[in-house]
Design a protein around this ligand. Sequence first.
Ligand SMILES: Nc1nc2c(ncn2[C@@H]2O[C@H](COP(=O)(O)OP(=O)(O)OP(=O)(O)O)[C@@H](O)[C@H]2O)c(=O)[nH]1
Ligand SMILES: [Mg+2]
Length: 222
Amino acid sequence: MSLMTGFAILVGEAVIGFWKKVHAINFGVYGSTMVGKTTLSHQLRTRGEVPQINQRTVGLHRATRKNVKIDGDSHTIKSADIGGEAIYWKEWVKDMQKRRVKYIIFMIDHRHLDTEANLDHQVAWKFLVDTIVSDFWPTGRKKRDSDYPMAIGIWANKYDIWGEKYPLEEGETIDKHKIFEPFKYGMRQLNDKGIPCFKYIVSAKSDPEMVYRGVMTMIKDY
Ligand SMILES: Nc1nc2c(ncn2[C@@H]2O[C@H](COP(=O)(O)OP(=O)(O)OP(=O)(O)O)[C@@H](O)[C@H]2O)c(=O)[nH]1
Ligand SMILES: [Mg+2]
């Protein structure tokens, strides 16, 4: 390698590194109340054990930048913390539309396994999927190609709890776990629309590694 080529590569890498730092990738984090969205937001900023969050998020908080670094690779992402109670779902849609969110994390926990009658996640999921697959925004504007997300991840949070409570059956892989069962139909609808959808498990409160890996996987694989 000549000195010039070496120099050019170094400069190229510096430029890419700089671009990755300033260019933030828009993430949308949605899901029912109490699933751990605010906890995730803290985890992305602080790395480590996040204190117990006792307050419900009200409305939409301004989107902030977070640097995600793992295995020597680094990206800047931007996400907003929004409440998960049904009255705030319209804010999810505004967030998606305004920031042209590229990746969506839909968070769930194990409440539907604890109580079969609890449909919190299913109802929120149906709302989200219907909004995404629709050709129009609720404002009536027709969507452009760039208005659709590149990928959706269903993140089953609080793995520290449900992993012990509902262990995998013999020979079962994590993506076959029954926690994801009710979301199959929506995943198929998204796939039919050309939007890949994948399952992931995390403990947003206590496992930064799982969180960073999840974010990186979305950016790299989709
Ligand atoms: N055990 C465990 N608890 C968690 C985890 N993530 C979040 N929690 C707890 O779940 C509760 C709700 O977390 P939040 O982050 O406030 O949930 P949220 O989705 O922001 O809720 P809303 O603001 O109402 O939409 C808190 O008591 C958290 O400490 C986790 O990975 N493991
Ligand atoms: Mg919150």
